[in-house]
Design a protein around this ligand. Structure first.
Ligand code: SAH
Ligand code: SF4
Ligand code: F3S
Length: 446
């Protein structure tokens, strides 16, 4: 295969939004060099998988995908295969031994070097392993026009994590916390707005611990949030993820002060039992967590609160689990992501006694998810008959409709004769489901 036909790429992204951001960066660098994206791995000359290793499940999903694309390469040896991200960081050269058809692996801090690595592989080099944890997060916007037609975009503002929750692999695979300079974040936001982006989500494993000294001034996360929110043309601003221990009164206050800051916070609590929280090294109690949600709701009564929780942490008794259920009932989250605890290589929790059997974890998970499902539906039903503001993002997966989200991050589907993508519209909610709302567009007469 020769010439331009040999420059088609396919990127598959697993894991969190920070991986999405990294994949977008690599895609843009490739496009700036004349590569074009394709929607099927079978059509590509370069296949990249951006991996996650936070639980066993994404790790298995990655292995399945690599196995599948290795088959493609068996038939087309010139195909280049690369594995990026957190699993690549964790496994390094081991991944090449397990999957000999993979040409290179690169960790999340090596994203900027991927283009160079691809060039080397196309020049005949094989088995490249890049897993330094020293480098800074990359800039995203390198290909003019990449975001055209997109309404919403992510910006990673800090990389890594210093918290070492006892169950978590992230500090090992993303390295120590490092924040990006404010001027760079502001400039990136402006470029995105100029391309039509209306909503920005600032990303970090722990955005509240953002800190940067520039020209003798120290910026913390509230400083940055305020400054970004003032950029002309930015309709909506969001951020994720917040760690409860670093959610300052000043940041909570901003939910009542910044007009375009969306009333939604993702605030993982992980467990409802103080004994378990301590063993997790989370550095807050259930009482402190509940108090935070109360303060948030006092400042911003309509705020949506979503969270992460895990069941079956080592030593979690039935009683501890009941504490989690009670907390979920007490707080009434708008949405909850719940997981079975999963042993991660090298983390402290793998050494803990009292591992909970798989069937028991499954039982607890199912029970918790049923309880939350009722709460989510009840919360969504409360919106029936109400008028909400929707930022329209595109075609709905439900035939013929358009879709967008409320400021509280709920998905709304509605019919419209004209394309409303990028507009803020008013919709009256007709019917609420567990994962979305259906409504009717309210035409504003000129
Ligand atoms: N930085 C975020 C979490 C990132 S990981 C925070 O501190 O909140 C996303 C979620 O995966 C976590 O909130 C946690 O609920 C879950 N998770 C992390 N490690 C896990 C493990 N070993 N087993 C099961 N779930 C885990
Ligand atoms: Fe993992 Fe805890 Fe860091 Fe979140 S704060 S990424 S759960 S170590
Ligand atoms: Fe997964 Fe890495 Fe994100 S482990 S959750 S992709 S930081």
């Amino acid at each position: 295969m020769a010439g331009s036909s040999a420059k088609r790429f396919y990127i598959k992204t697993m894991g969190c939004q920070m991986n999405v951001y990294d994949s977008e960066y690599v895609a843009q660098r490739l496009m700036a060099l004349g590569w074009s994206p394709v929607s099927e791995p079978a059509e590509a000359d370069l296949i990249i998988l951006n991996t996650c290793t936070v639980r066993a499940k994404p790790e298995h999903k990655a292995a399945t995908f690599i196995g599948k694309v290795s088959q493609l390469k068996k038939r087309r040896p010139e195909l280049v295969l690369g594995v990026l991200g957190c699993l690549a960081q964790q496994e390094g050269a081991e991944l090449l031994r397990k999957f000999p058809r993979v040409d290179f692996v690169a960790g999340p801090r090596e994203i900027q070097g991927v283009i160079n690595i691809v060039r080397k592989v196309r020049g005949g080099e094989r088995g490249i392993v890049a897993t330094s944890l020293e480098r800074r997060p990359p800039r995203t916007q390198v290909f003019q026009g990449y975001f055209e037609g997109k309404v919403s975009a992510f910006i990673t503002i800090m990389q890594g994590c210093d918290n070492f929750c006892s169950y978590c692999i992230v500090p090992y695979v993303r390295g120590r916390e490092v924040s990006r300079p404010p001027h760079e974040i502001l400039e990136e936001t402006k470029i995105l707005i100029a391309q039509g982006v209306k909503e920005i989500t600032l990303l970090g494993q722990n955005v509240n611990s953002y800190t940067f000294e520039e020209n003798g001034a120290r910026w913390d996360f509230p400083d940055l949030l305020k400054r970004v929110s003032r950029l002309t043309g930015l309709k909506r601003l969001r951020f994720t993820t917040s760690h409860p221990k670093d959610l300052s009164p000043r940041l909570i206050q901003l939910f009542g002060e910044i007009d375009n800051l969306c009333p939604h916070i993702h605030l993982p609590f992980q467990a409802g039992s103080n004994k378990v929280l301590k063993k997790m090294n989370r550095k807050y109690t259930r009482e402190q967590y509940i108090a935070l949600t109360e303060q948030l709701r006092r400042i911003r009564p309509d705020i949506a609160i979503t969270s992460d929780v895990m069941v079956g942490f080592p030593g979690e008794t039935e009683r501890d689990f009941r504490d989690t259920i009670e907390l979920v009932r007490a707080i009434q989250f708008d949405g909850l992501f719940s997981f079975k605890y999963s042993d991660r290589k090298g983390t402290l929790a793998t050494t803990f006694d009292g591992k909970v059997p798989e069937e028991e974890k499954a039982r607890r998970l199912q029970l918790l998810q049923e309880i939350q499902k009722d709460i989510t539906i009840k919360k969504n039903k409360a919106l029936e008959g109400k008028i909400v503001e929707v930022l329209v993002e595109g075609e709905s997966t439900r035939g013929g409709q358009q879709c967008g989200r409320t400021p509280t991050n709920k998905i709304v589907n509605f019919y419209s004769n004209i394309n409303r993508v990028g507009q803020l519209v008013k919709v009256i909610i007709e019917e609420a489901f567990a994962n979305s709302l259906r409504g009717t567009l309210i035409e504003i007469n000129p």
